[in-house]
Design a protein around this ligand. Structure first.
Ligand SMILES: C[S@@+](CC[C@H](N)C(=O)[O-])C[C@H]1O[C@@H](n2cnc3c(N)ncnc32)[C@H](O)[C@@H]1O
Ligand SMILES: [Zn+2]
Length: 310
């Protein structure tokens, strides 16, 4: 049963005191007004807001994407079978867990443009998102009502433990140990870590290089990383087997020399699919999900996982 009556409090970066985080309100014209955080009662620290996003780190972040790439991502996400299908897989994984537990709050570390976070907010969860990319957070602000925080610190600066931390296609960009420790620290005991990662190292391709991935996972390496960080793995769900041949073909293309810049690469490759391609892939992936719910797939190009904080 999912209920909504939770709020988030920020741990003051100045003194560690909790400070209520108010979500920005809708203005009625599709935009949101910023809800400035009052100065900290403990130390007087003030945090700036930028278009409804709380700015904890003001410096431009390493790995911030050019605004035009982010805008293209946001447009393509709304039209692409890949993103819709991943939301369905993640929703199924979390929904099963929600049958046995009360889940109210979810924070996503690396929420990007908020495409996944919006999905979970629409379920009725109270959500908050963190990311280091300002352009992505500006898009997320239009999609999500909950608090959004700009930070790249490998920490989740919330004062109260949450029910779910989602790390969706983010772990492979980061050092595992500090990121998983930050997730664990943010969760209540028994709280859930929801993960999605690119899988199968033999599918490594130019896409991984351009995306800034440090690794692809197997069920074994993901379980080992998660369980070494104070979690018990509950479930692993390989997904997108039906389109794995596309990833396999990409993995067999030699890397170009010189490499394009990520902006050049994504400028040419990020495209909405044709309506026929979209319909075909959607049908194939729905069939795959139906089969996978009866007979777990052995592997696929992506891996979702759910782990419990011990
Ligand atoms: C591949 S995108 C995924 C976005 C979103 N989770 C989704 O799946 O649609 C990775 C996102 O994680 C963010 N990110 C990666 N490492 C981060 C870190 N250590 N702190 C904050 N954000 C991070 C990036 O800025 C980027 O927006
Ligand atoms: Zn303070």
């Amino acid at each position: 049963m999912i209920e909504r009556d939770a709020t988030f409090r920020l741990t003051c970066p100045g003194c560690g005191e909790p400070r209520a985080l108010r979500a920005p309100g809708a203005t009625g014209d599709g935009s949101v007004h910023a809800a400035p955080l009052p100065a900290c009662a403990g130390c007087g620290a003030e945090q700036s807001h930028e278009d409804g996003v709380l700015i904890l780190d003001a410096e431009p972040g390493v790995g911030e994407w050019p605004g035009e790439v982010v805008a293209r991502v946001a447009e393509v996400e709304e039209q692409h079978w890949w993103h819709a299908s991943r939301n369905r897989v993640l929703g199924t994984v979390l929904r099963r867990a929600a049958r046995e537990r009360t889940l109210e709050t979810l924070v996503e570390l690396g929420c990007g443009t908020g495409f996944v976070l919006r999905h979970f907010e629409q379920w009725g969860l109270q959500v908050a998102g963190l990311d280091m990319d300002r352009a992505a957070l500006a898009v997320a602000r239009r999609r999500v009502g909950g608090p959004l925080i700009r930070s790249g610190r490998l920490a989740i600066p919330l004062a109260d433990p949450v029910d779910v931390v989602a790390v969706i296609d983010v772990l492979e960009h980061n050092p595992e140990v500090p990121l998983l420790a930050a997730c664990r620290d943010a969760l209540r005991p028994g709280g859930l870590l929801l993960l999605s990662v690119p899988a199968q190292p033999w599918l490594w391709s130019l896409e991984d290089v351009m995306s800034g991935h440090q690794r692809r996972y197997t069920r074994r390496t993901l379980k080992a990383a998660v369980e070494a960080s104070g979690f018990r793995m509950l479930r692993q769900v390989p997904f997108h087997l039906a389109v794995t041949p596309l990833a396999w073909r990409a993995a067999h293309r030699p890397l170009p020399d010189p490499l394009p810049t990520p902006a050049e690469y994504f400028g040419t490759t990020l495209r909405a699919p044709s309506s026929r391609g979209h319909a075909l892939a959607t049908a194939a992936l729905r069939l795959e999900a139906a089969i996978g719910s009866v007979v777990p797939l052995p592997f696929a190009s992506h891996l979702a996982a759910l782990a419990e904080r011990t």
